[in-house]
Design a protein around this ligand. Structure first.
Ligand code: DC
Length: 221
């Protein structure tokens, strides 16, 4: 199979990661979750009592080492030798990741890692700036979105299934906070690339979105 790089961007809760994971599985290629990298940086700051601000973070950037392992359970995210795959999903890491993602020096460090992962192999990479900044020459770019209410509803159900206590209003507020932070930052903000295919999944189910993307990739191949 020829090497392909697929970029999936969109706001928080649009279903990018579960859809990317499924399409990657069908195609037999690697899924790269770039949000997990921003989350891991936030966990480093939180666990080391470092304020999430540009001045406070920059001196520590060299101490943050992120590795990605792939096994039968999918992607494992390793922060300085420790598996933080579950820790990065906690609420403080979610909010922290959106704050840390506005710092250009953090982005440059992670973008280097993201590009190196895509260089040698076929990947489906999800994030906010993959089609616009990280992989501008990606073979296929998708911008996946859905209404705030629908994204909050899905996230809420997912959290309930995991036994996490939450209020749908809080989930909606978090999503709005992150949408604003992600799209208003100066460096590589969230936006749809000019050559991306826009998919609004508000009225599509999981399989319909996966099939759409899978069919587009098959055409390229
Ligand atoms: O996709 P996610 O919710 O795991 O991402 C966590 C945060 O990281 C999100 O608020 C925005 C940021 N992010 C980013 O700025 N650029 C990316 N390529 C991926 C994530």
């Amino acid at each position: 199979m020829k090497k392909v790089n697929i970029a999936i961007d969109g706001p928080a809760g649009a279903g990018k990661s579960s859809i990317s994971k499924e399409v990657a599985k069908r195609l037999g290629i690697v899924y790269v979750d770039t949000g997990a990298m921003y989350r891991a940086c936030a966990v480093y700051a939180l666990e080391n009592g470092i304020e999430i601000s540009q001045e406070a973070i920059i001196p520590h950037l060299g101490d943050i080492k992120i590795d990605i392992n792939y096994n039968e359970n999918g992607q494992q995210i390793i922060l300085n030798g420790k598996d933080v795959s579950d820790r990065i999903r906690e609420q403080d890491a979610t909010i922290g990741s959106s704050k840390i993602a506005v710092i250009p020096e953090v982005r440059l460090k992670l973008v280097e890692l993201q590009r190196s992962l895509a260089e040698s192999k076929s990947v489906i990479m999800d994030g906010r700036d993959i089609g616009t900044y990280v992989l501008p020459n990606a073979d296929l770019k998708i911008f996946l979105t859905a209404s705030v209410a629908e994204r909050a509803r899905r996230r809420f159900l997912e959290m309930q299934q995991k036994g996490m206590e939450c209020d749908i209003k809080d989930v909606e507020r978090d999503i709005e906070f992150r949408d604003k932070n992600d799209s208003e930052r100066e460096f590589a903000p969230l936006r749809c690339a000019e050559d991306a295919v826009l998919i609004d999944s508000s009225d599509l189910n999981f399989d319909e979105v996966c099939d759409k993307i899978y069919d587009m990739v098959k055409k390229i191949l």
